[in-house]
Write a protein that binds this ligand. Structure first.
Ligand code: NDP
Length: 451
């Protein structure tokens, strides 16, 4: 383990002030250390040293004009992390918190996630510190056009295929695709998450949320259980939340919560389909705040307290938890609260939503814990299927895509479950997903030589 610390010290020294990146690398390297000891060729080929170094980082100025005619300046990024097994693939995030360290953590995770999907996709991530909240459609379009004017030099259907993430949904993908097409004069599958009229795939909007719930169902199946009748805490109210909630209802679960950065609502009677339709309209059309749900349905709303040492959303009696908002939204105290409230299934729709001390508690408690890298891979998997349909110039039906998504989630679960067992940590999906995702990329890097 001393060796591992030396490796991490070097990563931290080389990438100062990138706390989330350090956290993501540390988790993966901890899982991989026993593998490296068994496979000296990985050490000799400096696979780990190479895999933490992005193949390319692009940072650029994004100037645009707001509705008052004032010039605004944001920063744009694309991290092209690893293209061993396919073109770079991963979302774009527009959120004021975006910085190099956060995008490098996301790009790094994406490499292993994409490898687990069984599809030929490398890993990347990008975005901007632009905040779409409170901006008019016209301002979002101006920003997206300026962002793509630079990004379009670096991406392409065979090189790098971005998608959505926090703050980037159907509206933003439309503006981005329109500008790419205009500047490059080509209609190709350079983005995923597109509209159905212009190359999008059925089930892509649903895929991450559905997949996260399919993964939970697979974990439960190992104990001969199903989601029927289970009470579920779900955070967020955006894309991943909405379809995680929908699939939970499909499989007979009860959804108790929804949140955004201003607070959360708790609905003891359960968020049924009609109430979920209200949330979808509130968030996707009206772009309002979750408190309006509490006002409409007369349920408690708890405002976010920035000084609190825990998130009260995670402090209710329940069977399952689906963190679907953002990174590090479940701290050590939240994890303890979840366990003491009886939660024994945690399936992560968000990327790295649980801090390492929380993950350790879940693993020590022996609950069914599906890390984001495995549990939320359904989104990128259907993005991969969107790329296939674009190449074929064909569209598959909803049923076909959903069946393929379910099949992929089952194989991700199987690979993570079996690899965890093979490497002596049965039930530890963190180790299973990290090792299974890594080995395919590492073996390919060895095949391709020092590049
Ligand atoms: P959306 O922008 O659609 O929704 C994000 C939700 O999380 C909103 O309710 C938002 O509230 C809340 N949120 C975001 N940041 C914070 C924060 N710092 N504190 C509290 N709440 C916050 O994003 P998605 O649903 O697409 O993404 C959610 C998570 O899922 C992210 O971790 C993303 O990386 C991950 N993911 C997404 C995939 C996809 O296909 N979209 C694929 C795989 C993973 P508010 O509106 O107030 O900011």
């Amino acid at each position: 383990m001393a060796d591992k610390q030396a490796f991490m010290d070097q990563v931290i020294a080389k990438n100062p002030e990138q706390a989330e990146f350090h956290q993501a690398v540390d988790e993966v390297v901890t899982s991989l250390w026993p593998v490296l000891e068994k496979r000296p060729e990985y050490r000799k080929g400096k696979i780990l040293e190479r895999i933490v170094e992005p193949e390319r980082v692009i940072m650029f100025r994004v100037p645009w004009r707001d509705d008052k005619g004032e010039v605004q300046v944001n920063r744009g990024f694309r991290i092209e992390m690893n293209s061993s097994i396919g073109p770079y693939k991963g979302g774009l995030r527009f959120h004021p918190s975006v910085n190099l360290g956060i995008l490098k953590f996301l790009a790094f995770e994406q490499v292993f996630k994409n490898s687990l999907t069984t599809l030929p996709m490398g890993g990347g991530k990008g975005g901007s510190d632009f905040d779409p909240k409170g901006k008019s459609d016209n301002e979002v379009m101006s920003f997206c056009q300026s962002f793509m004017t630079e990004l379009c030099r670096h991406i392409g259907q065979f090189t790098d295929v971005p998608a959505g993430d926090i703050g980037v949904g159907g509206r933003e993908i439309g503006f981005l695709f329109g500008q790419y097409k205009r500047v490059r004069n080509e209609f190709v599958g350079v983005l995923t998450g597109k509209g159905l009229n212009w190359g999008g795939s059925l089930i892509r909007p649903e895929a991450t949320g559905y997949g996260t719930v399919y993964f939970a169902a697979e974990m439960l199946a190992t104990r001969n259980e199903t989601l029927e009748g289970k009470t579920c805490l779900i955070s967020g109210s955006g894309n991943v939340y909405q379809y995680a909630a929908e699939k939970t209802l499909d499989l007979g679960g009860k959804v108790l919560t929804a949140s955004d950065s201003s607070g959360y609502i708790f609905d003891e009677a359960g968020i049924d389909r009609e109430k979920l339709a209200f949330i979808m309209d509130l968030k996707n059309v009206k772009r309002g705040r979750i408190k309006e749900y509490a006002d409409k349905y007369g349920v408690p709303f708890t405002a976010t307290d920035p000084n609190a040492d825990h998130n009260p959303l995670w402090n209710h009696k329940a069977d399952c938890a689906f963190p679907c908002a953002t990174q590090n939204e479940v701290n050590a105290k939240d994890a303890a609260n979840l366990l003491s409230n009886g939660v024994y299934v945690v399936s992560e729709g968000a990327n790295m939503p649980t801090v390492p001390a929380g993950v350790d508690q879940f693993i020590d408690a022996g609950i069914l814990y599906g890390p984001g890298k495995a549990a939320n891979a359904g989104g990128v998997a259907v993005s991969g299927l969107e790329m296939s349909q674009n190449s074929l110039r064909l569209s598959w039906t909803r049923e076909e895509v959903d069946a393929k998504l379910l099949g992929i989630m089952k194989s991700i679960h199987k690979a993570s479950y079996e690899t965890a067992k093979e490497f002596g940590t049965p039930g530890n999906y963190v180790n299973g997903a990290n090792i299974a995702g890594f080995m395919k990329v590492a073996d390919t890097m060895l095949d391709m030589g020092v590049v």
